[in-house]
Design a protein around this ligand. Structure first.
Ligand code: PLP
Length: 463
C-alpha cells in the first residue's frame, strides 16, 4: 500500500490521475465516472499478478482483456521483441515479405484445422473480422456470385468496434450511436441454454433449434444474398455461451447447403483459452475462415490474423488482388513475439496444462452455486461466466436500475478492492466473466473462488 510518508510518490499519483482525467480517452469507459473516483492504474505485472500505483497486488483474472495467456514478465517474449527490433524493427507486408511474418504464417497454418493455409495479418481482432467480411465479399464477386454480401451473427455477440465488425456485432447499445452501419447484417439467437426459450430440458434439441434459426435466416434473406455466418466457438458477450452438442455440425451442414461461408471468430477462444490452439478443434468443426488476435502474442505486442481456406484463396491466386491492407499488420516485432509465444506453449505444454486443470477450475466455480445470487456457471477451458439472478428458482433477472446498482455501484469496485481483476458485465443479463492466464492452477482457482464468494455474498445487500 502507499506509504503516507512518501509525499513524492503521493504527488506523482495525483499528477498522473490529473493527467489521465485531462488527456486519456479510455475505451468503452463512462468518462464521467472517472471525474472524482480514482482511476485504477496498473503499473507492473509478474506471472498471473499485477500491481497498482499503490503497490497493491491483484490476480489478473481476465488476462488483461482475454489476452495475457502466458502471464506477465516472460523474458522469452521480451527478448524476442528486442532482438527483432534490433534486426529489423519495421517493414510492411505490402509488396515485400519479411522472414518473421513468413515463419509465423507457416506456424499458424500448421496449427489451424483443415486447409486454412493462408494467413492475412492485421493488428487486432476488429481488423481481422473486418478483413473476413472483405474476403467474403470479394471472393463471391470473383466467383460470379456478386449478390452475396449479407452476414449472419448471434444476438449480443461482440465481433469488434470498427464499422464492418460493429455491424456484425449483435449488441444494439454499442451499434446505435453509429448507425447507419454496413447493410445486410442479420441476427440469429445465441446459445444461452440457461435462458433457452425452447427445449430448456434438452440441450441437443436446443442446439438444433438454434442452428436451424440460421437456416431460417438464410431462407428469409434469400440464400443467394448471404455471404457468411460469424460465430465464436464459445460466445463471450452475455457471459460464456458454449455450443450445445451437435450445434456446429448442424451449422456446417446448413452453410454447405446454401453455399455460405462459416467464419469462426476466435479472437478470444484461440491460443489455448479452450485448451486447444483453436476452439474449432475443440468442438470438431471446420470453418472456412478463422479470426484471431489477443492471445496470439499473449499481449506482449499487438497482432491479429485471419486464416483462410485453400478454396477461398484460389480466385485471388488466379490474378485478383485482395484490395485491403494495414501499415502495421504482420509487424516484425509482433510476429517475433508470436513465434516466441508458440515456443513457450510447446515447451511448457500450456494446452495440456489447461486441459488437465479446467475441470478443477469449473469445480471451484461451481462451488459458488450455493449462493442465492448465483444463477448459472458456464464456460469451457479457462473461460467462464457466472450469471447473477434475483431469484434462483424463477431465474428472474435484475431490472436496469438494480443491474446498475449491482454492477457499477458495487461489484466492479468490490471485486477490484478484493484483489481480483475480472469483469462485471451486463451486455446481456448480469454476469461476472473470468479468463485467467493459462498458467493458473488450483492455487489461483482457490484464490479467485474465495474472493468471489466474499464479494457475491456481500452483493446481495447492495440491491
Ligand atoms: N471478436 C471478438 C470475439 C472479440 O472478443 C473481440 C474483442 O474483444 C474482437 C473481435 C475485437 O478485437 P479487438 O479489440 O482486438 O479489435
Amino acid at each position: 500500500m502507499t506509504d503516507p510518508n512518501d509525499t513524492a510518490g503521493l504527488a506523482d499519483n495525483v499528477a498522473l490521475q490529473d493527467a489521465a482525467r485531462r488527456h486519456l480517452w479510455m475505451h468503452f469507459t463512462r468518462q464521467s465516472d472517472t471525474s472524482t473516483a480514482e482511476i485504477p492504474m496498473i503499473v507492473r505485472g509478474e506471472g498471473v499478478w499485477v500491481w497498482d500505483q499503490h503497490g497493491k497486488r491483484y490476480l489478473d483474472g481476465l488476462s488483461g482483456l482475454f489476452t495475457s495467456q502466458l502471464g506477465h514478465g516472460r523474458t522469452e517474449l521480451v527478448q524476442a521483441a528486442a532482438e527483432q527490433a534490433q534486426k529489423l524493427a519495421y517493414f510492411p507486408v505490402w509488396s515485400y515479405a519479411h522472414p518473421t511474418a513468413v515463419d509465423l504464417a507457416e506456424q499458424i497454418a500448421a496449427r489451424t484445422p483443415g486447409d486454412l493455409n493462408r494467413v492475412f495479418f492485421t493488428t487486432g481482432g476488429s481488423e481481422a473480422v473486418e478483413s473476413a467480411i472483405k474476403v467474403a465479399r470479394q471472393y463471391f464477386k470473383l466467383i460470379g456470385q456478386p449478390e452475396r454480401y449479407k452476414t449472419i451473427s448471434r444476438t449480443i455477440a461482440y465481433h469488434g468496434s470498427t464499422m464492418g465488425a460493429l455491424a456484425v456485432t449483435g449488441y444494439n447499445d454499442i451499434r446505435i450511436p453509429f448507425e447507419p452501419l454496413m447493410p445486410g447484417a442479420v441476427r440469429v439467437p445465441n446459445t444461452n441454454f440457461y435462458r433457452a426459450p425452447y427445449f430448456a430440458d434438452d440441450e441437443e434439441a436446443f442446439g438444433r433449434w438454434a442452428a436451424d434459426a440460421i437456416e431460417q435466416a438464410i431462407l428469409i434473406e434469400d440464400p443467394s444474398t448471404v455471404a457468411a455466418v460469424f460465430l465464436e466457438p464459445v460466445q463471450n458477450a452475455g457471459g460464456c455461451f458454449p455450443p450445445p452438442p451437435g450445434y456446429f455440425a448442424r451449422v456446417r451442414e446448413i452453410c454447405d447447403r446454401y453455399g455460405v461461408l462459416l467464419v469462426s471468430d476466435e479472437v478470444i477462444c484461440a491460443w489455448g483459452r479452450l485448451g486447444h490452439f483453436f476452439g474449432a478443434e475443440r468442438f470438431g468443426y471446420q470453418p472456412d475462415m478463422i479470426t484471431m488476435a489477443k492471445g496470439l502474442t499473449s499481449g506482449y505486442s499487438p497482432l491479429g490474423a485471419l486464416a483462410v481456406s485453400d478454396r477461398l484463396i484460389e480466385p485471388f491466386l488466379a490474378g485478383s488482388t485482395f484490395l485491403h491492407g494495414l501499415t502495421f499488420a504482420g509487424h516484425p516485432v509482433s510476429a517475433a513475439v508470436a513465434l516466441a509465444n508458440i515456443d513457450v506453449f510447446e515447451k511448457e505444454g500450456i494446452l495440456e496444462h489447461v486441459r488437465a486443470n479446467e475441470a478443477e477450475f469449473k469445480a471451484q466455480l461451481d462451488s459458488l452455486r450455493d449462493l442465492p445470487i448465483v444463477g448459472d456457471v458456464r464456460g469451457a477451458g479457462y473461460f467462464y461466466g457466472i450469471e447473477m439472478v434475483k431469484d434462483k428458482d424463477t431465474k428472474e433477472t435484475f431490472d436496469d436500475d438494480e443491474a446498475e446498482r449491482l454492477l457499477r455501484g458495487f461489484l466492479s469496485g468490490a471485486l477490484y478492492e478484493s484483489g481480483l481483476i475480472c469483469r462485471a458485465d451486463d451486455r446481456g443479463d448480469p454476469v461476472i466473466q473470468l479468463a485467467p492466464p493459462l498458467t493458473c492452477g488450483p492455487e489461483e482457482f482457490a484464490y479467485i473462488t474465495e474472493r468471489l464468494r466474499i464479494v457475491l455474498t456481500e452483493a446481495w445487500k447492495h440491491l
